[in-house]
Design a protein around this ligand. Structure first.
Ligand SMILES: Cc1ncc(COP(=O)(O)O)c(C=O)c1O
Length: 399
């Protein structure tokens, strides 16, 4: 072969021998060939297992999908380029062959609320919001609007409310609607919504599952009925996760249960510590007996695990004081996102719920003095020491 041909062909497309790599490699090939072109035809026809084109499937993504499907007790999964892409795919799939009406929780990640209002509504979907922590309000909305899809989060962002997903799943079933559940905050260690009757579970892989702040990705996990239409839609829309990200996500997931257990333990300590701090007005954490959804938490959460998120309101806190406190942080990272190994502090009014009008935020109970913490795996004493000194800054600014 001449150098121009060798540069293109040599070393590639080796037949695999009898060996198996111990961990899943990154497969970057965008297309595949077979000994006989008939075989490729069979793969396209789904009459033979195999790969054909990277937008359809990829061996690295296949492995990740199998892994997350197993964690969520699903029948299959689809890895997407972000959590929002996964949510979009999930809702579109839920609405296929169903009434184009969505009943959604009013407490959702800001971008999810926006997507429903600014993408689905203009595309002709009727979107109705209800307070999902009020069972009778959901029941009324479902009876009145007869949705094709119901959309909610297991632990709602950022006030950490826990709706009765099992009862809402029953309502969805009775109404013939598909229940789409974003399980990013709870993770399958705390709750598995498919087992409770949900049709489709979504994760932002960017958060707890990957856990190291270096992957943007999402995944949809579902049953056999929804899997085929989900995959067909994905072939057309191409919101596919790249194989490098799939590899990183898989690598991250190997330690996800250990990280999550530690994050849950740390957050219990921190919530308790914050609740007796003089600069703190109110702590939102799902472990408190006084939590308004305590009954749901007891019934739905794995024992002793309450998640790694703690929100709190700063006494006399306004945007300036909160910014001063965040600027004073020495170890906790004042940045957007959650679920990483490092602790993070976020100001919902500026970040996750920035796009909502202040009045809308206030109606949802998201005050301008609310701060959200994602607790990491550091030594809890160090997290508390950093919070203490930063809260001291906020208080001295106030006096
Ligand atoms: C609960 C929840 N769902 C979905 C998303 C969207 O995920 P991504 O940023 O990976 O698109 C986020 C992002 O913060 C989130 O918090």
């Amino acid at each position: 072969m001449k150098v121009h041909s060798a540069a293109v062909h040599s070393g590639d497309r080796k037949r695999t021998g009898g060996w198996v790599p111990v961990t899943t490699p990154i497969s970057t090939a965008t297309s595949y060939f077979y000994n006989d072109i008939d075989d490729l035809d069979r793969v396209f026809d789904k009459n033979m297992p195999g790969q054909s084109y990277a937008r359809y499937s990829n061996p690295t993504n296949d492995a990740l999908e199998e892994l997350v499907s197993e964690l969520e007790h699903g029948e299959g999964a689809l890895a997407c380029s972000s959590g929002m892409a996964a949510l979009h795919m999930a809702i579109e799939t839920a609405l296929l062959d169903r009434r184009r009406v969505v009943v959604a929780a009013n407490l959702l990640y800001g971008a999810t609320l926006n997507m429903l209002v600014k993408v689905f509504e203009p595309a002709g979907v009727e979107v109705v919001f209800a307070d999902f922590t009020d069972e009778s309000a959901v029941r009324r909305a479902v009876a009145e609007h007869r949705p094709g899809a119901i959309v909610m989060e297991t632990i709602a962002n950022p006030l950490l409310r826990v709706p009765p997903v099992d009862r809402i799943a029953d309502m969805a079933k009775d109404a013939g609607a598909a229940l789409v559940v974003d399980n990013t905050f709870a993770t399958p260690l705390i709750m598995r919504p498919l087992e409770l009757g949900a049709s489709i579970v979504v994760h932002s892989l960017t958060k707890y599952l990957s856990g190291h702040g270096d992957v943007l990705g999402g995944i949809v996990v579902t049953d056999q009925t929804h899997l085929d239409p989900l995959r067909s839609l994905s072939r057309m829309l191409g919101f596919t996760l790249g194989p490098f990200e799939a590899y990183l996500a898989m690598r991250g997931i190997k330690t996800f249960p250990l990280r999550m257990e530690r994050q849950c333990a740390n957050s219990c300590h921190i919530a308790q510590w914050l609740s007796s701090h003089p600069a703190v007005d109110h702590v939102y954490f799902p472990a408190d007996c006084s939590h308004p959804d305590a009954e749901n938490i007891k019934r739905l959460f794995a024992p002793g695990l309450f998640g790694g998120m703690v929100s709190f309101e700063l006494k006399d806190g306004d945007r300036d004081r909160i910014f001063r406190m965040m600027n004073a942080l020495k170890m906790i990272v004042p940045a957007t996102s959650l679920g990483d190994v490092h602790s993070m502090m976020l100001y919902p009014a500026m970040s996750s719920h920035r796009e909502l009008a202040p009045k809308h935020r206030a109606r949802l109970g998201i005050q301008d003095n609310l701060v959200r913490l994602s607790i990491g795996i550091e030594a809890v004493e160090d997290i508390i020491a950093d919070l203490d000194q930063a809260l001291g800054h906020a208080a001295s600014a106030a006096s």
